[in-house]
Design a protein around this ligand. Structure first.
Ligand SMILES: Cc1cc2nc3c(=O)[nH]c(=O)nc-3n(C[C@H](O)[C@H](O)[C@H](O)COP(=O)(O)OP(=O)(O)OC[C@H]3O[C@@H](n4cnc5c(N)ncnc54)[C@H](O)[C@@H]3O)c2cc1C
Ligand code: FES
Length: 353
């Protein structure tokens, strides 16, 4: 069974097969809809159902209200067509034709960078090359259909060895396994690349990068990619951490500054330890950015980290003049991904208007 999905205002159409969600079908068909987590937790894929019925899977109520749902809004990463649909959502102006695929990777190395951040290097089979753009993410495929998303921290010209920065989550199933049990040379299955968090190169605007914790991972890949491509647009990187130890790979950022005049680096600690004798900036990372700019109208802003940080940054930077379509982000959301069986326990039927 397949359904036709018509997009407004563009009038473009694509097909959704079987039990695909609208976002899954769009990715499959090379249609660029906005999305982030693919998990009903970030709100990036929100749009309106104009006509047709969907099955709306479980989602985080913090990102879509009951009123919005009553008014025909939906999260398209969690909405499965039940008939032909007409939906309203702004397509992204992206020209790449990268499709995700499932492939095996070998854990080449595991190196603890701090007490709770692991640098994991993943080797692809020698016959395989992954097409991606820096900033995108992979999903590890766990048993029982569970998935865990992690950003690729390396640039695309180093595609045979992928770098991941993985923060240990207390009580977290996958990250605990990585920290406590996983051995080098293990074979894992991943799917990717996913996501729309990558450099927009068709602009001359200076770029501000805001990274919280392991939100540095995709940003590192993007900055390395910009260097490799010889891009000269001014870059200002703000990195937020709680204490000095959390600023892993600080030396890489310092090296960029030493080697490239167009790159500036501002580390910001929120709760520096006395023993750190920290002389740098002290605040939340987005506050440090706000202190330095009166207006963001002439900038592009790339932001990645905890969902609360990304949300506050979005609101405050837009309020200070940043054009809505110049804010690019990945929020490290973590709603558990349910198996198909679980999923059908709590679903909503939504009718378009
Ligand atoms: C697009 C995307 C890219 C991501 N990239 C990265 C990355 O590069 N590096 C990285 O470290 N993380 C990243 N994350 C976050 C990562 O996917 C989650 O932290 C992951 O769920 C952890 O898996 P787990 O099995 O250890 O924890 P789970 O078993 O999924 O979680 C157990 C419980 O811990 C809590 N929890 C889980 N994750 C978090 C979190 N991040 N913060 C606060 N509480 C949490 C929740 O309450 C959850 O119920 C990314 C997330 C997304 C959506
Ligand atoms: S992509 Fe749909 S809510 Fe995040």
């Amino acid at each position: 069974m397949s359904y036709t999905i018509t997009l407004l205002p563009s009038g473009h159409t694509f097909q959704a097969k079987g039990s695909q969600t609208i976002v899954e079908a769009a990715i499959d068909e090379g249609v660029h809809l906005p999305y982030g987590c693919r998990n009903g937790a970030c709100g990036a894929c929100k749009g309106k159902i104009i006509a047709g019925k969907v099955l709306f899977e479980d989602y985080q109520s913090s990102v879509i209200s009951e009123d919005e749902i009553k008014n025909g809004m939906s999260l398209f990463c969690k909405a499965m067509p039940l008939e032909n649909l007409t939906i309203e959502i702004k397509e992204l102006n992206i020209t790449n034709n990268i499709r995700p695929k499932i492939f095996p990777v070998r854990v080449e190395s595991l190196e603890k960078l701090t007490h709770d951040v692991m640098l994991m290097k993943l080797k692809l089979p020698s016959t395989d090359k992954l097409q991606f753009v820096a900033g995108q993410y992979l999903e590890f495929l766990l048993k029982d259909g569970k998935r865990r998303a992690f950003s690729i921290a390396s640039p695309s010209h180093e595609s045979s060895l992928l770098e991941i920065h993985l923060r240990l989550i207390p009580g977290g199933e996958f990250t605990k396994y990585v920290f406590q049990e996983m051995k080098e040379k293990s074979i894992l299955r991943v799917e990717g690349p996913f996501g729309n968090f990558f450099l927009r190169e068709n602009s001359l605007k200076p770029m501000i990068f805001v990274a919280g914790g392991t939100g540095f991972a995709p940003i590192k890949g993007m900055i390395e990619e910009s260097i490799k491509k010889g891009m000269q647009r001014p870059i200002k990187l703000y990195r937020g951490a709680r204490v000095l130890e959390d600023l892993y790979m600080d030396e890489i950022c310092q090296r960029w500054v030493d080697e490239f005049l167009h790159i500036k680096y501002i580390p910001v600690l929120s709760e520096p330890d006395k023993k750190d004798a920290w002389q740098g900036r002290v605040s939340l990372v987005h506050e440090a950015v706000l202190e330095d700019y009166a207006n963001f109208k002439d900038y592009q802003l790339y932001c990645c980290g905890a969902p609360q940080m990304v949300e506050v940054a979005h609101q405050t930077f837009i309020a200070q003049g940043l054009p809505e379509d110049e804010f690019y982000s990945d929020a490290f959301t973590f709603a558990p991904i349910k198996t198909l069986q679980d999923t059908f326990k709590d679903v909503l039927m939504i009718d378009g208007f």
